[in-house]
Ligand binder design. Structure first.
Ligand code: NAP
Length: 255
């Protein structure tokens, strides 16, 4: 590692080969961080890292399928060997379970007829993956002077918003997979934050808004850069920043 690189903060973003994760990685790199592009397909990860490097970033691909605990541990070992620590972890990797259909429009997520295997797949990635990666990376985060963890959740995680019959989510189809998985992500965020606040590790959940990505067949109305902003803000909090919070672009969101 060069002298310059040794002073950079090191950030790992899961599922960063495309979409919001890639946007987050690009913005963190613009702030001077070394960014590690977590990707379950090493080639897609390397292509994304290469594109970011071409734009001036210090970016490196890390093979990481978040559903594979051994892969998470192996990724932590490689990061330790090369960088010695981690300053920022963004748990971004996620699936809707319904292919390229916005989960709020997906008829196959309606609770009374949902396929339980699909629910399991969604929780495996969106929820259990967060635990696997966070626990693998915590020893490295503890070596940072100011560790930050951001879990990418969703407005669809909010029980307050989704149970409001007069609110903006009233017309959305009920979901037994994606929305509950993201509610679990915000719940986990609070539990991790409560455990780690004594160690100065700030843990927050971000809702990026409805962003134009593959995951909703590009029906989102926000750009990736706009969606990434709240995630980047929480990844770069000062020592007096919040922990155990749930935030959208305009501030705190109701649970
Ligand atoms: P996306 O473009 O489909 O990107 C999802 C990323 O997650 C891809 O890099 C994908 O990798 C990766 N991924 C999926 N399963 C993985 C696994 N097992 N291990 C490692 N990586 C995996 O979707 P996005 O819209 O950017 O979504 C990013 C995050 O934002 C997700 O957590 C999503 O739920 C959340 N979110 C999105 C919106 C929105 O409107 N777009 C709104 C709220 C929350 P592959 O390329 O290999 O599939």
């Amino acid at each position: 590692m060069s002298g310059d690189a040794a002073h950079r903060k090191v950030a790992l973003v899961t599922g960063a080969n495309k979409g919001i994760g890639r946007g987050v990685a690009g913005q963190l790199a613009d702030l001077g961080m070394t960014v590690l592009i977590g990707a379950r397909d090493p080639q897609r990860g390397e292509e994304a890292a290469e594109a970011l490097r071409a734009a001036g970033a210090d970016a490196h691909a890390v093979a990481l399928d978040v559903t594979d605990q051994a892969a998470a541990r192996a990724a932590a070992e490689r990061i330790e060997e090369r960088f010695g620590r981690l300053d920022v972890l963004v748990n971004n990797a996620g699936i809707t379970g319904s292919g390229q259909v916005s989960p709020q429009d997906a008829h196959d997520q309606v609770p009374s007829s949902v396929d339980l295997d699909m629910v399991r797949r969604v929780f495996e990635t969106n929820v259990f993956g967060v635990i696997a990666v966070t626990n693998a990376m915590l020893p490295l985060l503890r070596r940072s002077p100011a560790p930050r963890i951001v879990n990418v959740s969703s407005h669809a995680a909010s029980l307050a918003l989704t149970s409001d019959l007069h609110g903006p989510f009233a017309t959305l189809l009920p979901s037994a997979a994606y929305s509950p998985s993201k509610s679990a992500v915000t719940a986990l965020t609070v539990q991790y934050a409560n455990e780690l606040r004594k160690d100065g590790i700030l843990v927050n959940a971000a809702a990026p808004g409805y962003v134009d990505t593959d995951s909703n067949n590009h029906t989102g109305f926000l750009t990736v850069a706009q969606g990434a902003e709240v995630v980047v803000r929480l990844a770069t909090l000062g020592a007096d920043g919040p922990t155990a919070g749930f935030f959208g672009a305009d501030g705190p969101l109701p649970w």
